[in-house]
Structure formats: C-alpha cells, structure tokens
Design a protein. Structure first.
Length: 172
C-alpha cells in the first residue's frame, strides 16, 4: 500500500540515497556532492530552503519529490519548482510518481501558487509522455540558463568570465 509523507530531519540519509539513485538514472552518478549535513542544514533548519515528500510502499521508501517555493512577479503569487521526482525502477508503474505529483500540486493549491513547474531531460521520453498525460506543457520558448562553479564565483566578484573553449557555453 502507498503512503506519501512529509520528510523529517531523520530522513536526511534516505533523501541523499534517493538523490544518488536519481543521479545514477540520469547518467551522472559522480555529480552528487551534497551531504547529509547539507540536507539537514538546508531542509530542516529555521528557514528551510526546500521541502521533500517521501513515498513508501508497504513501509519501504521507494521514491521522493523534492521541491521549493519560488515567486512569480507577473502573477504576484508564489509558485512551486519541483527539483527532483524519483521512483525506484522496480516500483514504477504503480502510480507512485503520479501520487507524488498530485501531492505537490495540492501543496501548490493550498498555498495559492500561480504555477507548478519542473524540468525534464530531453532524452527521458517515458517521463515526457507521463507529464503530458497529466496536462503538463513544454515551455518551448524558454531555455534554462545556469552559472555555477568558477563562473559563478567570477560573476559574483564582477570579474571577467572565461567561456569554455569551443562551445561558448558555461556549464558545470
């Protein structure tokens, strides 16, 4: 039986395990540098920067939804950004991902959010098809921009930002 619950500080190790499992699925297992201490500090302190739901199937943690609030200046309302949604492969097809999305959507409605949004990798066609079936639409006119690592430090200092050779694109 499925149960969705709000994550607690005691779940920090579990959350990190699920994040690492997601990174393996997304073909970047070495990219996770977050620690349990990061999860505890940023999710369960006085001013949490994120929220997390845990999906349990017969008492076993099988997935999670990791999200945070943002704000729409045009709508004058908060929104929710779903950073990560993951269900362990052996538990897919049981409605767990949909149940997690429904729960986050309910949080958005309860908080009078103007929107609920997330990103999806362009190669993840099963997820894309699933999201379309729920009424999600691509924002094709928008592109994600990111500054991180040394480029972020340089930008914050107002220093010249070196582009990667050959690409003209800054990335992780």
């Amino acid at each position: 039986m499925l149960q969705i619950r709000t994550a607690e500080a005691a779940d920090a190790a579990l959350i990190l395990e699920l994040i690492r499992s997601l990174a393996v699925y997304e073909r970047e297992p070495e990219a996770v540098v977050a620690t349990e201490e990061d999860i505890l500090r940023d999710g369960f302190g006085d001013r949490p920067l994120f929220r997390c739901l845990i999906a349990e199937w017969d008492g076993i943690a099988v997935g999670f939804a990791f999200y945070f609030f943002n704000y729409s200046t045009w709508r004058g309302r908060p929104g929710i950004h779903l950073e990560d949604l993951f269900v362990r492969p052996e538990f897919r097809g049981k409605g767990i991902g949909k149940a997690l999305l429904i729960k986050v959507a309910a949080v958005a409605v309860e908080n009078q959010c103007a929107r609920f949004q997330w990103d999806v990798l362009d190669w993840n066609q099963p997820a894309i098809d699933f999201y379309h079936s729920l009424g999600a639409k691509f924002m094709s006119e928008w592109r994600i921009m990111r500054v991180s690592g040394e480029a972020l430090t340089a930008l914050a200092a107002g220093a010249p930002i070196p582009a990667k050779k050959g690409s003209g694109v800054l990335s992780d």
